[in-house]
Design a protein around this ligand. Structure first.
Ligand code: FMN
Length: 182
């Protein structure tokens, strides 16, 4: 089975994007092995911190390198990518060997895809990922699932995916697995 690494772009306990990732995990059950990236210790990017490679940075690089594909679950902040997840992607986009900054990163040709849970700005943020992920040389699977936050979730914390969302998640999972079979 292929290894799919989930990157949940919210560190918030009870994150709706984390709950969406759990739905995707169920969709992938029996089809792929899923793990979640712990990126909570990655510092703010600073070129002065690149060498020697920090343990927290090495850990996320190793996890990405070991995965067959990456599935990002992202909130929308101010109609854009949250700075925290952009920071992580910036770290991971850097060349493994900095003697040539144009060299390969752990993202080189990695199959990636994105889902978003938010109420406003999902289209704009999906468009940013559509540009960013190929730019950092990943093999982007454009079957983006977007979901609104159900009204009751703001009160009880429980994200409930609509049927249409679950259908699109299934389609996205199939497209991701098909990209890995190529
Ligand atoms: C700085 C900030 C900006 C936000 N901007 C948006 C936005 O543009 N659109 C939106 O639908 N929600 C916005 N939200 C609300 C988030 O969608 C909400 O906090 C959501 O719970 C974040 O996802 P999570 O549950 O996975 O953490 C914003 C939240 C924060 C903290």
């Amino acid at each position: 089975m292929k290894n799919i690494l989930f990157i949940v772009g919210s560190l918030r306990e009870g994150s709706f994007n984390y709950q969406m990732a759990e739905q995707a995990e169920q969709v992938l059950a029996e089809k792929a092995k899923v793990s979640y990236l712990d990126w909570s210790q990655v510092p703010m990017f600073n070129q002065d911190l690149e060498t020697p490679v920090l343990p927290a940075v090495q850990a996320v690089r190793d996890a990405v390198e070991a995965a067959d594909a990456i599935w990002i679950f992202s909130p929308v902040y101010n109609f854009s990518i949250p700075g925290s997840i952009k920071n992580l992607l910036d770290w991971l986009s850097r060349a493994k060997d900095l003697s040539d900054t144009t060299g390969v990163s752990v993202f080189q040709d990695k199959v990636t895809t994105v889902s978003l849970v938010a109420n406003g700005g999902t289209d704009q943020t999906a468009e940013i990922y559509r540009n960013l992920l190929p730019f950092i040389r990943t093999n982007f699977v454009d079957e983006v699932t977007t979901s609104r936050v159900n009204d009751s979730a703001w009160a009880d914390g429980q994200f409930v995916a609509e049927q249409e969302t679950l259908e699109q998640l299934n389609k996205q999972a199939d497209a991701l697995l098909a990209a890995l079979a190529d």
